[in-house]
Design a binder for this molecule. Structure first.
Ligand code: GLN
Ligand code: ZN
Length: 752
């Protein structure tokens, strides 16, 4: 059986591209040097795949920032404001990706959005009415030729025209349908050039096909590919889908003149049944995505073998069945070779990108021996089962998911107990993480300073932070989160059941990588995590201090999850661990506790019909389980980074928190209309200024913002706060912004 890899990580085994790009941004190296680093990364990536015996290897999966942005530049879909800067091509590209501020002008970056259900972000192309679609770039061609010169025959990966149009923002009066013909024609020219250069295969990525599609979408799809495949210029075209099944478009897709179709058998729950029920055309190749491109566990060969044998009952010609990755390997780290500290006992269960190549190879020609040695890995893993945790999860009762008394009663009791003014002011938790704060943590980690020194320093910081908030006149204080590197990793480190890597970086956006911790086994709390810090802060002031935790759904969503138990079970285990922390905080007189769920919205399934059964039906109860044990007087807050929950407002309300703070300063406050329409009961703190920018909002501006908010929200339910944590901000701008925020709250109190 032949093998295919959709795409390979591109940041470099040791994040070479990140470091070179950042040097280039700072003007420390010339473009030629950056290009050389990029070329070396591509070469190594191709050699690695060739060496592993992969048959279909991609070129053009490389990018300096993002492949969707590359596609926009390839076809001249570049807003005029970036061209007007008069920069070099690469500099113009980076200006669109990151914004530009300098002698040639001042422009903001294009918007960035999450790439489907991953933590990777793409740049949203903008189409202006006078944009003239034209094949002006040559990246796919030059990368194909570069590989060919190294004697690697590649398939050329392209973002498909359908997905590209669906993701593009049309800022004028034109719509996707109006420009589809023109774009398709330019893709056709590109096909001709690639074919002329000797390419045999192109891979068009169409992940948008796994979403809910309506008849107009299907018509657009058929129109585009009807034309494009009408003249393939001798190329073979692989339609590649991923991140789910293509249930709405299956019939259309198999009827089009593709030479091969790549389907996701890992995340696509219905893929196998679609193939079995609807059949698969005899003349086409099926590339079965069976090696998970998103998670880091070894493939279970016996399960994969079983699926392959079911597929071969339909695709009977062995020449026509390939095995591939479920999505690009961009979403997993490079290689286990980089992990020198992780014991073999653990490591042998993982497969990062390079190890997944070996898996593809082994699966393509599976012997009984290889199968047998693989199966040993799926017997009980060391340290993965904790009977106490299992028993606790099994003992959860329905009533544990409900906090009593009900919100309306609690609201009265809390107003009485807390005695806060109208429009209470607060922050989201973190205060500026200055260099000394980071150094204190890293010195402690490296053993340069003792635990006592580490704690003392943080206590000093907490004291400064409390004094500052008192001086500013904030109503609900925080300790500042100086002990945390990251809101998930910090909790992971204090939970048993987690393992950590050294260099398992995964691209998040541009040059930014994250290193998700791995849920290895049953999770429980080793010891109180935040209690000492919160207690210390509380001892310094008479004002209420808000305890600060990360919620179970966010903790799991930003980790590599287990595959041997369900996501629901993992979330329940984490919820019980965080519940213990909530109850300990309460027992230590912390009577306001915030449980952040920054990533709750993020993993909402791509199809609406899956929202509840596949996710919300366990995610929301998990959150409720965390806080249902507290007294009526204890006020539970939650925080979400985006206000993109207009479509699930009743669900957010049913988390049954007492207060929710969220980002609203960048959006146009539409969310507030929706909250009103839905009779949202939870008190709200719509962020009044954007903490992602160093700009200090004036008192007038904040009063203006609050006035608009008040038109749509009841005064007695309104909180005043920034839109997210302040950790990335400088001290000066933070102090000034918060001063103005408190002043603005006072102003509107007087208006009453
Ligand atoms: N409490 C966290 C902080 O203030 C929340 C961060 C987030 O929402 N991303 O940093
Ligand atoms: Zn946030």
């Amino acid at each position: 059986m032949k093998t295919s890899v959709i795409g390979f990580p591109r940041i470099g085994r040791d994040r070479e591209l990140k470091f070179a790009s950042e040097k280039f941004f700072r003007g420390e190296i010339p473009e030629t040097e950056l290009q050389e680093v990029a070329r070396e990364i591509r070469e190594l990536d191709w050699e690695t795949q060739k060496h592993a015996g992969i048959d279909l290897i991609s070129s053009n999966d490389f990018s300096f920032y993002d492949n969707v942005l590359d596609t926009a530049f390839l076809f001249n879909i570049v807003p005029q404001r970036y061209k007007d800067l008069g920069l070099s091509l690469l500099q113009t590209y980076f200006a669109a990706a990151r914004g530009y501020q300098g002698e040639k002008g001042n422009v903001k970056a294009l918007a960035m959005k999450k790439w489907f259900n991953t933590n990777y972000h793409y740049i949203v192309p903008e189409f202006e009415d006078d944009t003239k679609i034209e094949l002006i770039g040559s990246k796919p061609l030059s990368e194909f030729l570069e590989a060919a010169e190294l004697e690697v025959q590649t398939k050329v990966q392209l973002v498909g025209p359908f997905t590209f149009l669906k993701l593009t923002r049309f800022v004028g009066s034109k719509k996707a349908e109006d420009v589809a013909d023109a774009l398709t024609a330019e893709y056709g020219k590109l096909f001709a050039k690639l074919s002329g250069a000797g390419a045999a295969w192109v891979q068009v990525d169409e992940p948008y096909l796994v979403r809910d599609l309506d008849t107009e979408d299907l018509a657009l799809l058929k129109k585009i590919y009807g034309q494009l495949l009408g003249n393939k210029n001798g190329l073979k075209v692989l339609l590649q889908t991923y991140f789910g099944d293509v249930r709405d478009a299956y019939e259309e897709v198999v009827a089009l003149d593709f030479d091969a179709i790549g389907l996701d058998f890992v995340e696509g729950r219905k893929t196998l049944s679609l193939v079995k029920e609807k059949g698969f055309p005899k003349d086409k190749i099926l590339v079965a995505g069976l090696v998970n491109g998103k998670n880091i566990w070894k493939n279970d060969y016996s399960k994969t073998k079983a699926v392959l044998s079911e597929i071969s009952a339909i695709v009977t010609d062995p020449e026509k069945l390939y095995i591939g990755t479920s999505c690009s390997l961009l979403h997993v780290p490079y290689t286990l070779d980089n992990e020198t500290k992780l014991p073999e006992e653990y490591k042998k269960h993982f497969a990062f990108a390079e190890e997944k190549l070996i898996e593809l190879n082994e699966l393509s020609n599976l012997t009984d021996e290889v199968l047998a040695s693989n199966q040993v890995l799926f017997e009980k893993r060391v340290d993965s089962v904790d009977e106490k945790v299992r028993a606790r999860v099994a003992a959860i009762k329905d009533s544990d998911y409900t906090r009593l008394p009900v919100f309306e009663e609690r609201e009265v009791i809390q107003k009485e107990a807390l005695g806060l003014p109208l429009f209470p002011t607060t922050t989201i938790g973190s205060f500026p993480q200055t260099a000394d704060v980071r150094k204190n943590r890293s010195d402690f980690r490296k053993g340069v300073i003792s635990k006592e020194e580490y704690v003392k320093f943080n206590q000093k910081k907490i004291e400064e932070c409390i004094r500052l908030q008192e001086e500013l006149g904030l109503d609900v204080l925080v300790h500042g989160e100086f002990e945390r590197n990251d809101m998930v990793e910090y909790f992971g480190e204090h939970l048993s059941g987690y393992v950590f890597t050294e260099k398992a970086w995964v691209l998040s956006y541009g040059t930014r990588c994250v290193k998700p911790p791995i849920v290895w086994g049953d999770v429980s709390r080793k010891e109180p995590i935040t209690v000492e810090w919160s207690k210390y802060a509380k001892s310094l002031t008479d004002k209420p201090v808000k305890g600060m935790l990360t919620g179970p759904v966010t903790i799991l969503n930003w980790s590599f999850p287990r595959e041997d138990i369900s996501i629901k079970e993992s979330v329940q285990q984490i919820a019980l661990a965080i519940r213990d922390e909530v109850l300990d905080l309460e027992a230590n007189d912390i009577n306001i506790i915030q449980i952040d769920e920054a990533a709750l919205r993020e993993k909402l399934p791509l199809r609406k019909s899956d929202w509840y059964s596949e996710y919300l039906d366990f995610a929301i109860p998990a959150f409720r389980l965390v806080h249902s044990g507290v007294k009526a007087e204890t006020q539970i807050h939650t925080h979400m980074c985006y206000s993109e929950f207009t479509d699930i407002i009743p669900v957010i309300d049913s988390m049954d928190a007492d207060v929710i703070t969220f980002e609203a300063s960048r959006s146009d406050l539409l969310i507030l209309d929706a909250l009103k329409e839905n009779h949202f009961k939870t008190e709200v703190g719509p962020g009044v200024y954007d903490i992602h920018s160093p700009r200090v909002p004036s008192v007038e501006e904040l009063v203006g913002q609050l006035t608009k908010i008040r038109e749509k929200t009841e005064d007695r339910k309104l909180w005043v706060n920034p839109d997210c944590g302040l950790k990335t901000r400088g001290v000066e701008e933070t102090v000034q912004s918060l001063k103005n925020l408190v002043e603005a709250a006072k102003t509107i109190r007087l208006e009453r």
